[in-house]
Design a protein around this ligand. Structure first.
Ligand SMILES: [Zn+2]
Length: 271
């Protein structure tokens, strides 16, 4: 298998994967969405809430606030040796919020949450939680835990996890009858007219919709759009909880563990 990185930054990872097959790509895609753990607020103790929003709505908003995750220092609650309902310092992070509108109406933002672990804080300080009118107060304690996307979407470390086939386009060697219909119809602007010829401008933007082939008045069209067998473009966009390459590494690790478990089960059945 060969992997070529097209784009990589704090939240986005785009790679070309060659010599892989669809079941493997799909398994990695699904594990990244549903099985790679990340931190999210799971329980909120309201100490004072005189805002107009109910406790439940504020708790829901806090749950959906992405938190930076320190995967190496925390256990999943079900795997933690403490086996406690309330958790322990190895499986729980406490965050507190104490806000009051002293001078007039103001918005409480995620940046006001104070975490006991500076590594586990909201990804962005600018997420609005509630608006307080003068003299209203919000005071609470929140407990964040590791969890998986299959339990609740708040534990999903990615907002995009997708792959597509690697496109393969062959353009006619010469412009046919001054027709540029194929280039004009493409919403992704994959094709462009260069002098007297239609050329591929941005191959990787092609989503294989076939509009260009259908727009061609000639049948069969001199332009062909196909996809390469066993080559894919994979796109992972993190919520900021984990670096996108870490999500992919964890996904491969989890797939390995699941296969080992499967093998063990098969052995037990044979006995
Ligand atoms: Zn614990």
């Amino acid at each position: 298998m060969k992997i070529e990185v097209l784009e990589k930054n704090d939240t986005v990872l785009r790679v070309i994967v060659r010599d892989a097959d669809v079941p493997l790509m799909n398994a990695l895609r699904r594990i990244a969405l549903a099985d790679v753990p990340c931190m999210a607020i799971d329980e909120v103790v309201m100490i004072e809430n005189s805002s107009i929003l109910q406790d439940e709505i504020i708790a829901h908003r806090l749950g959906l606030t992405p938190l930076k995750t320190d995967l190496d220092s925390y256990n999943l609650p079900e795997a933690c040796p403490c086996q406690s309902e309330f958790g322990c310092p190895q499986c729980r992070v406490t965050l507190t919020l104490d806000a009051e509108a002293k001078e007039g109406t103001r918005t409480v933002y995620s940046g006001e949450l104070i975490s006991e672990n500076p590594e586990v804080v909201p990804v962005s300080d600018k997420i609005p939680i509630v608006k307080l009118a003068k003299s209203q107060k919000l005071k609470l304690e929140a407990y964040a835990r590791l969890g998986r996307g299959k339990t609740h979407a708040k534990w999903q470390p990615v907002c995009v996890s997708a792959y597509k086939y690697y496109p393969k386009i062959t353009t006619p060697t010469e412009l046919c009858d001054d027709c540029t219909k194929c280039a004009d119809i493409c919403s992704k602007k994959v094709l462009e007219v260069k002098g007297s010829k239609v050329d591929v401008r941005d191959l990787l933007s092609c989503n294989l919709c076939m509009d260009c082939v259908e727009a061609c008045p000639k049948k069969p069209a001199p332009l062909t759009v196909e996809w390469e067998k066993n080559a894919y473009v994979m796109n992972i966009e993190s919520t900021g909880a984990l670096p996108p390459e870490r999500v992919l590494q964890e996904a491969t690790k989890i797939l390995g563990q699941q296969l080992n478990e499967f093998e063990e089960q098969v052995k037990v059945e044979q006995q």
